[in-house]
Write a protein that binds this ligand. Structure first.
Ligand SMILES: [Zn+2]
Length: 427
């Protein structure tokens, strides 16, 4: 009966303009009261319920690095524990310990995934949603990564974290299916319960990966790398989404890092073929965050392009040699001039030759060299780094998936080699 009611309500909200939600204030729904009408319990996890459950599951994973943690569930016990932790006194620069994910073993790449949420898309939709599960699967199946990677289900981002960047009304309108049709058209996905779940997890994975590297850095010193096999949604603005992006996970993770760890210098290295216009816009007046962006000059975004701290627009068919020479010259300069305490890497692979959208004509080995340059620079400088996935749109998707997999595999190899060379994890 209840399931039938949910289905009927979901169906009734398809394809027409949403009216503003007035429960709990203008546009602001109170989750407990409102979710059962629109969303199945399993589809949208309440805020604050995630890290404790994920931490418990993932802590056991230290002995079996490739064992995936179960998706976080919203049990009343988890909610109560999280609420108690959130209510406990905390300093201005003090992450809530009970909610933090464990840093994982030294030299092991912790990578979050969000493909436990399967988003239904209409037939022929141009976004390759399956690439996330495919990349996750190829990492899991790679015997060379045995003991080098710990895969974890991404927790949903907390409301108080995501609203450090995004307008609360925007977050709630998206969550409760109150976005207008033009808004959803700009995002590029049809609204669904699974899209909400995946979007919160995609953002939460980057925030969790940030906590992993910051904790590891605080405990052991030196370099640290963790990743999100999702995210890099750099076209999301504070109050709107576009280009397949709803929340800007990079901006959210940066803001959480500044709040929880007191950082005052964060570097965003955005190497997706598209300009990270949302990230640039969000940080345009924040001197604590430096945004460096190499992108195809003739690629989207055209009308909504913004100004980064450093923009490096590239001509069509730039190719490996010129691209790598530019990156090689920029990275040391960025580290020298800004002394970042954290690097957030948007590792999109849509600069690959043959990408449906990209135009830079890079090879797979060129992208591998790109990844190595970024990781080597961060590890040598002892700066924690978080990988986000970004774009990759070859058809079929296999070439993009191979390049996405390279991004995480290379990081795992580099991190393991670095740990071996500094046995106590210190530099
Ligand atoms: Zn892209």
């Amino acid at each position: 009966m209840q399931a039938a009611r949910r289905l009927r309500l979901s169906a009734s909200f398809q394809g027409r303009r949403r009216r503003p939600c007035t429960r709990g204030g203008p546009f602001l729904c109170t989750a407990a009261a409102h979710i059962p009408n629109r969303l199945t319990e399993s589809a949208v996890l309440p805020y604050h319920a995630s890290y404790g459950a994920t931490a418990t599951a993932a802590a056991a994973g230290t002995a079996a690095p490739l064992a995936a943690a179960a998706p976080a569930r919203s049990t009343p016990q988890a909610l109560a524990a999280a609420a108690a932790a959130a209510a406990s006194p905390a300093g201005a620069v003090a992450p809530r310990p009970a909610l933090l994910p464990p840093p994982g073993p030294s030299g092991v790449l912790v990578a979050y995934y969000a493909d436990h949420w399967r988003v239904p898309l209409p037939p022929g939709h141009r976004f390759p949603m399956e690439k996330y599960a495919a990349t996750h699967g190829s990492l899991e199946a790679d015997p060379s990564l045995e003991g080098l990677v710990q895969l974890r289900a991404a927790p949903p981002v907390d409301f108080e974290d995501v609203t450090l960047v995004h307008e609360p009304a925007y977050v709630e309108r998206f969550r409760c299916n109150h976005m207008t049709e033009p808004e959803m058209r700009n995002v590029g996905f049809p609204w669904s319960e699974q899209l909400v779940g995946r979007t919160f997890a995609s953002c939460g994975g980057t925030v969790a990966a940030m906590h992993v590297v910051m904790q590891r850095h605080q405990q052991q010193g030196g370099g640290a790398i963790a990743g999100n096999i999702a995210g890099g949604t750099h076209h999301a603005f504070r109050d709107r989404g576009e280009g397949f992006c709803v929340f800007n996970d990079i901006a959210v993770a940066a803001n959480v890092a500044m709040r929880d760890y007191g950082l005052d210098s964060i570097l965003v290295v955005d190497l997706d073929v598209h300009q990270g216009n949302g990230t640039a816009d969000i940080f345009q007046n924040d001197p604590r965050v430096t945004t460096f962006d190499m992108f195809g000059d003739k690629n989207y975004p055209w009308k909504t392009r913004r100004t980064n701290t450093y923009d490096v627009p590239l001509r069509d068919e730039t190719g490996d040699e010129e691209y790598l020479a530019l990156l090689r010259s920029w990275l040391p300069r960025l580290l020298r001039d800004h002394r970042p305490q954290l690097i957030l890497f948007q590792a999109g692979v849509d600069a690959l030759r043959g990408d449906s959208f990209g135009r830079l004509g890079m090879s797979r080995s060129g992208l591998l060299a790109r990844n190595n340059l970024v990781y080597g620079t961060a590890l040598e400088a002892g700066v924690p780094l978080v990988i986000t996935m970004g774009g990759g749109y070859t058809r079929p998707m296999d070439a993009s998936v191979s390049c996405h997999t390279d991004v995480y595999r290379t990081a795992a190899y580099r991190l393991a080699a670095w740990a071996r060379s500094t046995p106590r994890g210190q530099d």
